[in-house]
Design a protein around this ligand. Structure first.
Ligand code: NI
Length: 168
C-alpha cells in the first residue's frame, strides 16, 4: 500500500469531472486500499479519487468513531434526497484548516458498486449523508468552498496559495 498525494485547493485539477469505472480488477482494488490508507493517515472522513488526481468515479469514506467501517462507493449516484436540509460545518482534506457552513440534505439514498462490482443501495443520514454529498461533489469537480460567498472563497484561495508558497 502507498500514501497518495492529496491535491490542494485551488489546484485546477480539483475541477475535473470524473468518468465512470468499467473495470473492477486488482489495479482498482489497490487504488481503493491506497485511498483508504491516505484518508486514515490524514484523519479524514472521506476522500474522492479526484483529490488524489485520479479522475474516476470512486469515493472512500469512514464516518465511524472507531475508524473501522470503511465504505467504498464506485460509480455512486444519489437516488433520493430528503426535503429536510440542515446547515453544518464542513472541512476538506484539499482545503486544510478551513471549516465553514454548507447546507445539505439530512438524509440521502445512494446507489453504488463496491470494489468487486457488486451494486447496492445505501441509506445515509447525519455525518455520513453530509460526507456522501460532499464527496460526490468532488467527482463533479466541485469543492465545498464553492458554496460560500465569492468574498469568502477569494479569502480562502489567497490563504491557501500563501500557505502553499511557504511550504514550497
Ligand atoms: Ni473534500
Amino acid at each position: 500500500m502507498a500514501l497518495l498525494n492529496i491535491l490542494c485547493y485551488p489546484d485546477p485539477r480539483l475541477h475535473k469531472v470524473a468518468t465512470p469505472i468499467t473495470v473492477f480488477d486488482e489495479k482498482l482494488r489497490t487504488l481503493v486500499a491506497d485511498m483508504l490508507e491516505t484518508m486514515y493517515e490524514a484523519q479524514g472522513v472521506g476522500l474522492a479519487a479526484t483529490q488524489v488526481n485520479v479522475h474516476q468515479r470512486l469515493v472512500v469514506m469512514d464516518t465511524s468513531e472507531e475508524r473501522n467501517q470503511a465504505t467504498v462507493l464506485i460509480n455512486p449516484e444519489i437516488t433520493w434526497y430528503s426535503e429536510e436540509r440542515v446547515k453544518g460545518e464542513e472541512g476538506c482534506l484539499s482545503v486544510p484548516g478551513i471549516y465553514d457552513g454548507v447546507e445539505r440534505a439530512v438524509h440521502v439514498k445512494v446507489k453504488a458498486a463496491d470494489e468487486h462490482g457488486q451494486v447496492r443501495e445505501l441509506e445515509a443520514e447525519g455525518l455520513m449523508a453530509v460526507c456522501v454529498q460532499h464527496e460526490l461533489d468532488h467527482l463533479m469537480g466541485k469543492v465545498f468552498v464553492e458554496y460560500l460567498s465569492p468574498l469568502k472563497r477569494n479569502r480562502i484561495k489567497t490563504k491557501m496559495l500563501k500557505a502553499q508558497k511557504e511550504d514550497a
